[in-house]
Design a protein around this ligand. Structure first.
Ligand code: CAA
Length: 240
């Protein structure tokens, strides 16, 4: 029987590529989303994934959402915590809402969703949790105290949960994408983005598929010895 994967923010951007790539490998995929019904319909139509609408910032909604997914599809073997937003601005101009929204959506969501699946994974003695962090959680980024803090937090969360889960057959890893061609980077001022792309040694932005391929590998049995690790995919922009 096919394994079940949950991809948060799985209907657009990097998440959509992950959904597509996991489907291509034969997984059953539940792609969660928050707002964009049109993109969700398109994703379901194109990939054959099931889509589920709930807010990953809301703990109860995550527990209920996972219960629904598991009732429809069976226990989740793979969780990809991908949902994320930016609300860029320098700290001296940043509102408390911009801080909290980014921390809740990008970091607290990892707790909410992991908490909702972990006991079932422990029962199965198998699980793959893959958290999408960012280059900017590793190096910091001008205008992103909120986002860099959340994405750095994901790396610590990953390592701690990996330690707790290793004996139960569950691996927990983080991926740090660099600048990838998605709606998120399209929101940036073109002159700022141009300046950043000039700093990427491979002289281009990444493609969502280049992150999705790594997710597929980390989801597989071949990746059983990799846990608590942080994988970078950033065109050489920041070498750790
Ligand atoms: N380092 C040092 N100084 C910088 C700087 C940098 N990287 N960037 C800007 N500055 C300076 C500017 O030169 C300017 O100085 P002067 O006033 O002396 O000219 C000053 O800081 C103000 O800069 P801005 O005009 O850019 O300020 P702003 O308030 O208009 O805009 C901002 C602020 C919106 C944060 C803008 O700087 C910006 O968009 N920065 C990039 C943020 C970014 O990389 N976001 C990534 C989004 S995608 C993503 O996050 C995905 C992922 O995981 C990679």
């Amino acid at each position: 029987m096919s394994k079940v994967a949950i991809v948060t923010g799985g209907t657009r951007g990097i998440g959509l590529s992950i959904t597509r790539a996991l489907r291509d490998e034969g997984y059953e995929v539940a792609a969660t989303y928050h707002g964009n019904d049109e993109a969700a319909l398109k994703c379901a139509d194109e990939t054959g994934a099931k889509t589920y609408k709930f807010d990953v910032c809301d703990y109860d909604a995550c527990v209920q959402g996972v219960q629904q997914i598991e009732a429809d599809m069976g226990p989740a073997a793979i969780l990809v915590n991908n949902a994320g937003i930016t609300k860029d601005g320098t700290l001296h101009k940043m509102s408390p809402d911009s801080w909290h929204d980014v921390i809740e959506t990008n970091l607290t969501s990892c707790f909410n969703m992991s908490r909702a699946v972990i006991n079932s994974m422990r029962g199965q003695q198998f699980g793959r949790i893959i958290n999408i962090s960012s280059i900017n959680g590793q190096k910091g980024q001008f205008g992103q105290t909120n986002y860099s803090a959340a994405k750095a937090g994901i790396i610590g969360f990953t390592k701690a949960l990996a330690l707790e889960s290793a004996a139960k057959g569950i691996t927990v890893n983080a991926i740090c994408p660099g600048y990838i061609e998605t709606d998120m980077t399209k929101q940036m001022r073109p002159e700022v983005l141009d300046m950043i792309v000039k700093q990427i040694p491979v002289s281009r932005m990444g493609k969502p598929e280049e992150i999705a391929g790594l997710v597929v590998f980390l989801s597989s049995d071949k990746a059983a010895f990799m846990t608590g690790a942080t994988f970078t995919a950033n065109g050489g922009q920041y070498m750790v």
